[in-house]
Design a protein around this ligand. Structure first.
Ligand code: BEZ
Length: 210
């Protein structure tokens, strides 16, 4: 069964390019992004891993650990890392899980048989410090992911976890937000003393709280 938002992310033990891990323990107190790619030594995956390595600082700033996965073994990942560094200009600076027995792929429903019987699709799971799933994405093998969008969602998740707001279409960190409909105007006055623009009773736009 596929994982849904707020389900607990399954824990597992796995071999990675940085050594063995127990997933929940490895996540620790922050957020994590677990993302799968179909196969080592493939072109789109090579660009994705290079791009994630380039923007790793952005994940670090948000207290987010990133980890990749494919059904190839760790020694294959290590060999492939040389190609990624050579072609993408950045060394891979995060662990990649080797999953040749597909244990993790099965736990996270990353193999979609109507796409391919044996290879993982491009899954993304954003996992919160309490180990619940906060975002799932599935892309086909032929389409590389937009990792800037994943950072954007993490900004929204980290803001909306603590403030009574939601973020509108295409929102970016620092832009105006929406007061959650569950908050009455009296309650909102306490939390948003600078007020809001009430476009409809259910659409109250305010500055992003700090
Ligand atoms: C790729 O990463 O380039 C890729 C992987 C599997 C199928 C098609 C493309």
């Amino acid at each position: 069964m596929s994982l849904r938002i707020n389900d607990t992310a399954p824990d597992f033990h796995a071999e990675t390019t940085d050594g063995p891990i127990d997933f929940h323990q490895w996540i620790g107190d922050g957020y994590a992004v677990l993302f799968s790619h179909p196969k080592d030594f493939t072109p789109v995956c090579t660009t994705e891993l290079g791009y994630v390595a380039k923007i790793k600082d952005e994940f670090d700033r948000r207290n987010v650990k990133v980890i990749g996965l494919s059904v190839d073994p760790v020694d294959s990942h290590h060999q492939w890392e040389g190609d990624i560094a050579e072609t993408q200009g950045t060394a891979v600076n995060f662990p990649m899980i080797g999953d040749p027995d597909r244990k993790v792929a099965d736990l996270y429903d990353m193999i979609h048989p109507n796409a391919n019987d044996t290879l993982t699709v491009r899954s993304v799971f954003v996992i919160a410090p309490d180990k619940t799933v906060k975002l799932t994405l599935t892309y086909p093998a032929s389409t590389g992911r937009n990792f800037d969008e994943i950072l954007r969602v993490i900004d929204s998740l980290q803001l909306t976890a603590y403030k009574k707001v939601a973020t509108p279409a295409n929102w970016r960190n620092g832009e105006n937000v929406i007061i959650v409909p569950a908050l009455s105007n009296d309650e909102a006055k306490e939390l948003f003393p600078d007020g809001w623009d009430e476009q409809k009773p259910y659409l109250r736009v305010t500055k992003q709280p700090s």
